[in-house]
Design a protein around this ligand. Structure first.
Ligand code: PRP
Ligand code: URA
Length: 209
């Protein structure tokens, strides 16, 4: 399949520009990332199944539609993925949240898994994996490995910015998992940063640099 969906709504592109800007404060960065995540979640959940239900308006009985049987889970890759969770929860307040902790070793750029806490019934859940950055793709590949091992019924990967190299690497391992991004940037730097990118997402969210 190898589907990459670029969610290029004008509101998303406008906010992304301020997210990239080095002069954007930590507070604004977090708020903008949350807003963009909510807008992207609107797109990524477009095909959620609905079921009919009977209700009464103040005037007459009628039929409506509500979200149906399929269970969802959102799984952020720690740390930076945490910055995308609230935006999705704003739309789907009861969504279950799993956590996968990993960081890139700064010398080898290889991801190191340090935490895995997922809902028990993963085999019943469609998962939205979130991380703002798809750089070399190493973290996302390992994260999807973990989700598949846990039996996730399906996985979609939602990132803010991807590098072409990372997309290729990701699809070498998981061609069945669609990627949703706000932008595909030019390339990776020699240090494994996305160019033009936004810098280190975790540091910008948590103000650690
Ligand atoms: C960043 C980012 C991704 C990863 C992407 O995390 O949030 O998880 O790098 O890089 P990759 O595609 O080359 O694997 P980082 O390792 O900086 O950890 P942090 O979120 O704790 O800051
Ligand atoms: N991780 C980040 O936070 N930023 C990049 O550009 C690449 C990986």
């Amino acid at each position: 399949m190898q589907d990459v969906f670029i969610v290029d709504h004008p509101l998303i592109q406008h906010k992304l520009t301020y997210i990239r800007d080095r002069n954007t404060s930590t507070k604004m960065f977090k708020e903008l990332l949350e807003e963009v995540s909510m807008l992207m979640a609107y797109e990524i959940t477009r095909n959620l199944e609905l079921e009919d239900t009977d209700i009464e308006t103040p005037l007459v009985p009628t039929r409506g539609k509500v979200l149906g049987g399929k269970k969802l889970a959102v799984v952020p890759i720690l740390r930076a993925g945490l910055g995308m969770v609230r935006g999705i929860e704003n739309l789907i307040p009861n969504v279950r949240i799993g956590h996968l902790g990993m960081y890139r070793d700064h010398d080898t750029l290889q991801p190191v898994v340090y935490y895995n806490k997922l809902p028990q019934d993963m085999h019943q859940r469609d998962v939205i994996l979130v991380d703002p950055m798809l750089a070399t793709g190493g973290s996302a590949v390992i994260a999807v490995d973990e989700l598949k091992k846990a039996g996730a019924r399906s996985v979609k990967f939602m990132a803010l910015i991807a590098a072409p190299e990372g997309i290729r690497h990701f699809f070498d391992h998981h061609p069945d998992v669609p990627i949703y991004v706000a932008a595909v940037d030019e390339k990776l730097s020699e240090q494994g940063y996305i160019l033009p990118g936004l810098g280190d997402a975790g540091d910008r969210i948590f103000g650690t640099r």
